[in-house]
Design a protein around this ligand. Structure first.
Ligand SMILES: [Zn+2]
Length: 424
């Protein structure tokens, strides 16, 4: 006999462990594999996995299933953000960030892991955290001690001495050096090996200057081709993918030639960079929402004036180049740089992605099936189909008509567990 659970009961079942078989029904679901909207949708979950998904007439609802009828909702795969810093607080930039200890920033991550999950992001790639705080967070989430998304983590980002991924805020006598700093091909290989030893599952390095670092030129390359090639070779040999921070034209192109899997920011892109990305199948992760926060709230949050000046130039160029890259057909993934702006607001980037050239379906694919493929997790994550992990979100209405609906995710299921029930 089917137990029909009403929305009232659903609202009461926060964090409840699902019965063996759970069924979600909704007016719509998004099939990101085929780029289609399916009406009258059913998703059948057994323990942690999806066992069937599709139009109601094509899916048998098992007897004894716990059925959640959502009505005017759209079901989507759990959202995936490929560029977050869960241990960073958007109100503590520049010198304000120096006061927090490593245990303190780890606890910051606890708070923001939950905020990210509740916003519908069931998987994140955390690209840069001090002291392997991201590894601790991931392990605490996997152990069930705290709530948060699936995390792919880099540990400390690699970078050149004095580069974007070094800490340049204090004068020489403090001898401050970030944990990922390494110069030379063998030195970068050693840091890649160390990061893997302590739990990293992706490698992140800084290939150009950046907006928020003191004293770096945003357009200027950091690391030579030889260093990038050594770093990428070491990571790939060990089965890890590589993300590079790169705003500058030369850094973007050198990193692509060196074989990186994704380029982050990609602000000062040129036509040759687009051609290289297409040739190499490189993914672009372009954080086109964050500029609004940096220029709006940044000064209050401690962002240095020199960084604001850089952002005024870079933000606009990045949005123009986002549109070019989308038109050219580059592999695009959703990456927001949450942590620079408040965690949980990740979904605000969707509306900007559509404003700057994506269809709503493309924007949703960029936050589901494409990141799953970038992470080489496409067999278990990224779409609502049989055999995949039951990471599912539900939004009221149809996000293909109004993409901003993804800023208010109503239902979140992670690994078959309803972690955020539909509110009444
Ligand atoms: Zn970042």
């Amino acid at each position: 006999m089917k137990a029909i659970i009403t929305l009232v009961a659903l609202a009461l079942s926060a964090s409840a462990v699902c019965a063996k078989t759970t069924v979600l029904t909704a007016d719509r679901m998004i099939d990101v594999d085929n780029g289609k909207l399916i009406k009258n949708a059913v998703v059948v979950i057994e323990d942690n996995d999806i066992v069937a998904a599709g139009a109601r007439r094509t899916v048998d609802i098992p007897a004894n299933a716990e059925v959640h009828e959502l009505g005017d909702y759209t079901l989507l795969p759990g959202l995936m953000d490929m560029h977050v810093h869960l241990t960073s607080d958007a109100t503590k930039h520049g010198y304000k960030g120096l006061a927090d200890s490593l245990p303190r920033v780890t606890l910051t991550g606890v708070k923001y892991a939950k905020a990210t999950l509740m916003a519908g992001f069931t998987t994140v790639r955390n690209v840069g955290a001090p002291g392997f705080a991201d590894v601790a967070l991931r392990d605490a989430i996997n152990d069930g001690d705290i709530e948060g998304p699936r995390m792919f983590v880099s540990g400390p980002s690699l970078g050149v001495t004095g580069g974007h991924c070094d800490n340049n805020l204090l004068p020489y006598e403090f001898h401050t050096v970030s944990e990922g700093v390494a110069d030379g091909p063998w030195a970068v290989r050693e840091i890649v090996r160390r990061n893997i030893k302590y739990g990293a599952t992706v490698i992140k390095f800084c290939g150009t200057g950046g907006v928020l670092s003191k004293g770096t030129k945003v357009g200027v390359q950091q690391y030579t081709f030889e260093e990038m090639q050594a770093l990428v070779d070491e990571a790939h040999m060990r089965g890890l993918t590589v993300a590079t921070h790169a705003h500058g034209t030369d850094g973007i192109k050198t990193a692509i030639k060196a074989g990186v899997d994704s380029v982050e920011h990609v602000s000062l892109l040129d036509d040759e960079g687009i051609a290289l990305a297409l040739e190499h199948g490189t993914y672009f992760s372009m954080d086109i929402y964050v500029t609004e926060y940096i220029l709006g709230e940044g000064a209050k949050a401690g962002i240095l004036e020199e960084s604001l000046a850089k952002e005024r130039i870079v933000g606009k160029r990045q949005r123009e180049n986002f549109e070019k890259a989308v038109k050219a057909g580059v592999n695009m993934v959703f990456g927001s740089d949450a942590g620079v702006y408040p965690h949980g607001d990740n979904g605000k980037q969707f509306a900007r992605m559509v404003r700057f050239g994506m269809t709503p379906m493309q924007a949703i694919q960029a936050a589901t099936i494409h990141p799953a493929t970038l992470l080489k997790q496409q067999d278990t994550l990224g779409s609502l189909s049989a055999g995949k992990k039951a990471d599912i979100v539900g939004v009221k209405g149809n996000p293909l008509d109004d993409i901003s609906l993804l800023e208010n995710v109503g239902l979140v299921v992670k690994d078959g567990h309803i972690v955020k029930p539909v509110a009444m």
